[in-house]
Design a protein around this ligand. Sequence first.
Ligand SMILES: NC(=O)c1ccc[n+]([C@@H]2O[C@H](COP(=O)([O-])OP(=O)(O)OC[C@H]3O[C@@H](n4cnc5c(N)ncnc54)[C@H](O)[C@@H]3O)[C@@H](O)[C@H]2O)c1
Length: 350
Amino acid sequence: MVSIGVVGCGYWGPKHIRNFHELEDATLATVCDLDGERLRRVQTQYPYVKTVADFEDFLKDSMDAVVIATPVDTHYQLARQALLHDKHVLIEKPVSTSSSEVLELIELAEKRNLVMMVGHTYEYHPAVDFLRQLVQDGELGEVYNIDAARLNLGQYRPDANVLWDLAPHDICIVLALLREEPIEVSARGTHHVNSKLCDMAYIELLFPSGTMCNVHVSWLHPRKIRELTIVGSKKMAVYDDMSESEKIHIYDKGLALAASNNNGFAAWPPNYRYGDVIIPFISNAEPLKLECSHFIQCIANGTAPRSDGWSGLRVTNILEAANNSLLNGGGRIKLSRTATIAKASTADLS
Ligand SMILES: NC(=O)c1ccc[n+]([C@@H]2O[C@H](COP(=O)([O-])OP(=O)(O)OC[C@H]3O[C@@H](n4cnc5c(N)ncnc54)[C@H](O)[C@@H]3O)[C@@H](O)[C@H]2O)c1
């Protein structure tokens, strides 16, 4: 039995609290938040749980692991303190907006033999698992490009721009699908509410294989959209996370190109190919429950999580470059696999 403490019970923390309350091999021990009203709400719902406002007092409790579901600018300090108190940590995405802070946490966790997991919830999503298998099995052929859109009216955050808030999800999905890291990134964005934080952004990634990827994130959009399109040389797939029962459509569509002529041009006009549209069954298991359960298993078995610190570092590294590009008018930034990131095996990109 692994005992868990949760710090932060705003929007997302209560979902961790519910899941750890429901898991049989975990005990929810203590919940911490600066906001007394939020703690009272937790206490009403889970009367057996201890609540504290002060993080130092929270860490004095004897739980095995801490879930950090506070704003991003607090993650590093809270996680560092928790690791120094020998607690395993599950840190919400993004771990930090600074890759050097993420690296420091990874090294601290490794040194103290503790599990450091990142809340990349989509890495546990059955639909993402299905797409990953589809790409790896070559069902779509060569992946030409991926377009992702994560749009809604709000939720505006005061602590991080839309890129840091929403794009971690799409970046980790794309890394999981392609199993490679981008070599170039650029981003453009604008702000309409808070002059310090952009609320809509377009990120472009280029991968060594030639795959192009666009990620559109916005807090200023009339419809809630969570969509990802993969265009492959054989087939195409659309993942609509808003759909209850038809999350993935696989289109047997494309171009049947004839061999190129001597000038390097394919025969013109190209032959368009229209085939079946398949809607596979996707389990509706809650991704966050799978993630929480995986955290418990990793602690119990001493194994590295699927979304470990290195996974968090890859995402922060890409978004750090994207954010620099955004602040500098959208210029292209080359990404090199730093020695530290290279240390994390590419096999981890699974
Ligand atoms: N994995 C996902 O799908 C997902 C979804 C939503 C949010 N998140 C992440 O979860 C984190 C929290 O987001 P949120 O929307 O719940 O934020 P929120 O602002 O709604 O809640 C944060 C809570 O943390 C508390 N807090 C802040 N500093 C604290 C401190 N030092 N000690 C104790 N409590 C403190 C605040 O009082 C607040 O109740 C963010 O990192 C966000 O990116 C992840």
